[in-house]
Design a protein around this ligand. Sequence first.
Ligand SMILES: Nc1ncnc2c1ncn2[C@@H]1O[C@H](COP(=O)(O)OP(=O)(O)OP(=O)(O)O)[C@@H](O)[C@H]1O
Length: 241
Amino acid sequence: MSAILEVEHLSATINGQLVVEDVTFSVPGTGVTAVLGRNGVGKTSTMKAVMGLIGRAGRVEFDGHRIDREDTHRIVRRGIGYVPEDREVFAGLTVAENLRLAERDAAPRRELVEQLFPDLVRRAGQRAGTLSGGQQQMLSLARALLNTNRLLLVDEPTKGLAPKIVTEVAEALEEAARTVPILLVEQNLPVIERLAQDVVVIDAGTVVHTGDARSLLDDDEAVHRLLGVHAETTPAPEGAK
Ligand SMILES: Nc1ncnc2c1ncn2[C@@H]1O[C@H](COP(=O)(O)OP(=O)(O)OP(=O)(O)O)[C@@H](O)[C@H]1O
């Protein structure tokens, strides 16, 4: 399977501070690739560096094109959708208005979004700022899925959500992954187990492990060494297989 994204020796700085030191990995053209690691190791910064949102150096190739010197606007137009950690929605606008503003394509995929997120259809007239955290996450994902992207970068979509909502977000991502490859930063091991085929583990600004998700999650010693948690002790989200 050829890679849709290849990242080689990526480094990145924020306010002159090196936050990504030397990151190399690739993302296959189908399925979910999870980026794992302890808090503060540079997962979000790696995503931002790929998107050109922070100063970066190294090589990033998307679908055969170098994008490491391109600005964010150009990268987005090439077909990379980004769903940031802080669920950027326009709080003062309604759900419907938030969705309309995200439409970039001539033929936005409204039917797909309505099928994936029926709750958003029911809440079309509700102001986004009054949605729950999980509903805002759905809206944020829906905004990215409206356009025909060729890769989605999704940063910690289940963070801070109740277990039932974690399951709903995981289901939506699972459906979305049938249509677009996803690079997913995620800390919830059962969600990774459910969604990811491949994993990339980052520690202190560099990649310390890549491989298939199943082999890592089955190896409790490796999970503990790399992530500082035990695979078995994490509660499974409702409905997880
Ligand atoms: N705006 C900023 N100014 C200074 N340092 C920053 C800034 N943003 C991030 N950092 C630092 O960069 C490092 C990497 O942060 P990053 O958010 O990429 O980590 P992360 O792996 O995504 O963490 P988490 O899992 O906790 O979200 C951290 O040490 C963080 O404190």
